[in-house]
Write a protein that binds this ligand. Sequence first.
Ligand SMILES: CNc1nc2c(CC[C@H]3O[C@@H](OC)[C@H](OC)[C@@H]3O)c3nc(N)[nH]c(=O)c3cc2[nH]1
Length: 381
Amino acid sequence: MNNPDPRQQTDFHYRLHATDGAARLGEVVTPRGVVRTPAFMPVGTAGTVKGMYPEQVRDLGADILLGNTYHLMLRPGAERVARLGGLHELMRWPHPILTDSGGFQVMSLAGLRKMSEKGVTFRSHIDGAYHELTPERSIEIQGLLGADIQMQLDECVRLPASRDEINRALQLSLRWAERSKRAFEAQPKGRALFGIVQGGDDAELRTQSARGLIDIDFPGYSIGGLAVGEPQAVMLAMLEVVTPILPKDKPRYLMGVGTPDDIIESVARGVDMFDCVMPTRAGRHAQAFTRFGKINLKNARHADDPRPLDAESDCPAARDYSRAYLHHLVRCEEMLGSMLLTWVNLAYYQSLMAGIRAAIAQGRFEAFKAEVKEGWARGDI
Ligand SMILES: CNc1nc2c(CC[C@H]3O[C@@H](OC)[C@H](OC)[C@@H]3O)c3nc(N)[nH]c(=O)c3cc2[nH]1
């Protein structure tokens, strides 16, 4: 193993507890607490997991949340968050926080933007003001927010894309990885910076990106450039290329993924950490994730159904409220509808992760995967 940075080893490190095939059971240890992996990280884009109290998110079993550099740098501003004690203090979440570097949202949300070797300038989607995001500024912002796990600034290419385009973005991202790591040296010990593997849907470029990042050496590795419109089979094929190359003693975080099926198939290919807006966003669009698959509460078939979504769930929102009531709330666009279904969905995702972790510990991951898929296929009776 290459000579570990002593600063990282005392405060931030990954412990592998068990494997079952390529599935891994472990823990990411940070100064603010331990993250049990495989882990699902609820997205708290603007410093809140929409519709949820922080204590509620914690009670569901979330060990870590995701914050968003792009949104928070625009509003309320990174320097203001720092003056107010940092993001943990501001949002009353004393557990680990991971922040993305902002590159992804610049490409997906910002209006006018200009990419250069230096970084990306863009116009805020909120007030049209110009901002510059460089590797150095992204790291500075994440440091001001106080994130425990930070991301390098990278360029994520939407698929399909040409090999030249994918390669250009991959090489730029490697240079930005170096600059991000240098800028990160200035931060207090205990925090971790992850490199982000790019390379699109090209096995050779994925290998180049992973090897380039390992040469720079990070305490953890994100797998980026996926969940950007490619079929699940392509995403899984890229995982089969990348995870065997990444160090076994460091966490792998698959960015922006995904559906329950995406997650369980990615755990089977060696991924440790996930984040996705799916459970929270779907909750605001009347979709419930359950053991029986997805249920659309807008559908009139629920209007007289007195049953709860799942009488055996530990989550009161899934166990105690009738489908008829949930249907009524979403029909009337009552805020409680979004709140209850967000609660249902995050509870389901965390129970799925707990089931995955237990199955790996017992060496029965494949059986568990089959059981869960059978439940989704059975559908909502
Ligand atoms: C959804 N698919 C997807 N998301 C992605 C994100 C945002 C992750 C996560 O950050 C959240 O905001 C903080 C995003 O939420 C919209 C996303 O869940 C990515 N971020 C970076 N830096 N590089 C990538 O290659 C990348 C690829 C992604 N693919």
